[in-house]
Design a protein around this ligand. Structure first.
Ligand code: C2E
Ligand code: MG
Ligand code: MG
Ligand code: MG
Length: 288
C-alpha cells in the first residue's frame, strides 16, 4: 500500500528520525484505545513511617503495557497525554482504580492505608477536578481520608488563588494534598505557608548524595525545619541506601519512600506485602 511505501522511504533515508517519529506517533495513537482495551495498570509503592518503620501509605503509579512496544514508562507518555488533552481521562481512570483497589483491600480486612494519586496540573484548569474526585469516592465507597493527591509546584504558578480555592475545597472533603518533587520546579518556598497542603515530598535529587554533600544536607535540613514549622509533614523520595535512610531519619523526615524499601509493585504483589504488614500490626496488639 501507499502507506507502507511511505514508511519504507523514510526508513531508507532517515532511519533514526523515522524511528523516533514512528514511536511518538504510535504512542499518541495508542493512547486513545489503551484505556478501553485495559492496557493501563497501576503499580503501588510503599511509604514507610520514618519513626516506626511501618508501612503508612502507598503511591499509585501508572504502567502502560503497549501491545507492540512493551512496557512504556510514564515519563514517555504522560507528557504526550498532556499535550493531547487526554491526561484528564487517564487521571480519572487512575484515581478511580486506586480508590476501588484500596476499598477492596479494606473490605478484605487488610490494614487501612492511604493511597496517593498523581494528578496532572491540567486538571486544575481544565475539566472538573472536584467533581471527578467526589464521584469516584461516592461510587467506590472509599472514605476520603484514605486517598490523597500529589501535585507539583508548577500548578501554583499558573493561578495560585484558583488552585488554593480548589485545594481548600478538597481538604474540606477530607482529601490530603501532597506537593510532589519539591525543590525541582519554580520555588514555592516563600509561598509555602499560604498553601493548604498536608505534606511535602522532597525530590530524589535532594536525597542523592545527601550523606556526603554538606551543602545539600544543610539545605535539606533547613527545608525540613521550615516545612515542619508550618505543620506539614516531609516525605523523602527515592531513598535507595541505608545511609540515605539513616540520614533522612536524623533530619526528622516523617516518611520515607524508595527502592530501599520497595520498588513499585503490581497490585497482587503489593497485596502480599500489605498482608504481612497487617499481620505484624495484629500480633503487636496495636489497635491501629
Ligand atoms: P513521581 O510521582 O515523582 O514518582 C516517583 C518516581 O520515582 C516513580 O517513577 C518511581 O517508580 C520512581 N522511584 C521511586 N523510588 C525510587 C528510587 O529509590 N530510585 C529511583 N531512581 N526512582 C525511584 P515512575 O513510576 O516511572 O513515574 C514517573 C513520573 O510519572 C511520576 O513521578 C509522576 O510524575 C508521573 N506519573 C506516574 N503515574 C502517574 C499517573 O497516574 N498520573 C500522572 N498524571 N502522572 C503519573
Ligand atoms: Mg508522585
Ligand atoms: Mg515525586
Ligand atoms: Mg517526579
Amino acid at each position: 500500500s501507499a502507506k507502507e511505501e511511505g514508511d519504507g522511504c523514510h526508513r531508507f533515508y532517515e532511519p533514526k528520525l523515522a524511528t523516533a517519529m514512528t514511536e511518538k506517533m504510535r504512542l499518541e495513537n495508542g493512547l486513545y484505545n489503551a484505556l478501553q482495551t485495559n492496557q493501563f495498570s497501576l503499580h503501588y509503592q510503599p511509604k514507610m513511617n520514618a519513626t516506626t518503620g511501618q508501612l503508612c501509605g502507598i503511591e499509585a503509579l501508572i504502567r502502560w503495557l503497549h501491545p507492540e512496544l512493551g512496557l512504556v514508562p510514564p515519563d514517555k507518555f504522560i507528557p504526550l497525554a498532556e499535550q493531547a488533552g487526554f491526561i484528564l481521562e487517564i487521571d480519572k481512570w487512575v484515581f478511580r482504580e486506586a480508590c476501588r483497589q484500596n476499598k477492596a483491600w479494606q473490605d478484605a480486612g487488610l490494614q487501612p492505608i492511604c493511597v496517593s494519586v498523581n494528578i496532572s496540573g491540567r486538571h486544575f484548569f481544565q475539566g472538573n477536578l472536584i467533581e471527578m474526585i467526589a464521584s469516584a469516592l461516592e461510587d467506590t465507597g472509599l472514605p476520603p481520608e484514605y486517598v490523597s493527591i500529589e501535585i507539583t509546584e508548577g500548578v501554583f504558578m499558573r493561578d495560585m488563588e484558583q488552585v488554593i480555592e480548589t485545594i481548600l475545597y478538597l481538604r474540606k472533603l477530607g482529601i490530603q494534598i501532597s506537593m510532589d518533587d519539591f525543590g525541582t520546579g519554580y520555588s514555592t518556598l516563600n509561598q509555602l505557608q499560604r498553601l493548604p497542603i498536608s505534606d511535602v515530598k522532597l525530590d530524589r535529587s535532594f536525597i542523592q548524595g545527601i550523606t556526603t554533600d554538606e551543602k545539600k544536607s544543610s539545605i535539606v535540613r533547613a527545608i525540613i525545619e521550615l516545612v515542619h514549622s508550618m505543620n506539614m509533614r516531609v516525605v523523602a523520595e527515592g531513598v535507595e541506601t541505608d545511609d540515605e535512610s539513616r540520614f533522612c531519619k536524623e533530619l526528622k523526615c516523617d516518611e520515607l519512600q524508595g527502592y530501599l524499601f520497595s520498588r513499585p509493585l503490581p497490585a497482587h504483589q503489593f497485596e502480599e506485602l500489605l498482608a504481612v504488614s497487617t499481620a505484624a500490626i495484629t500480633t503487636n496488639g496495636s489497635t491501629g
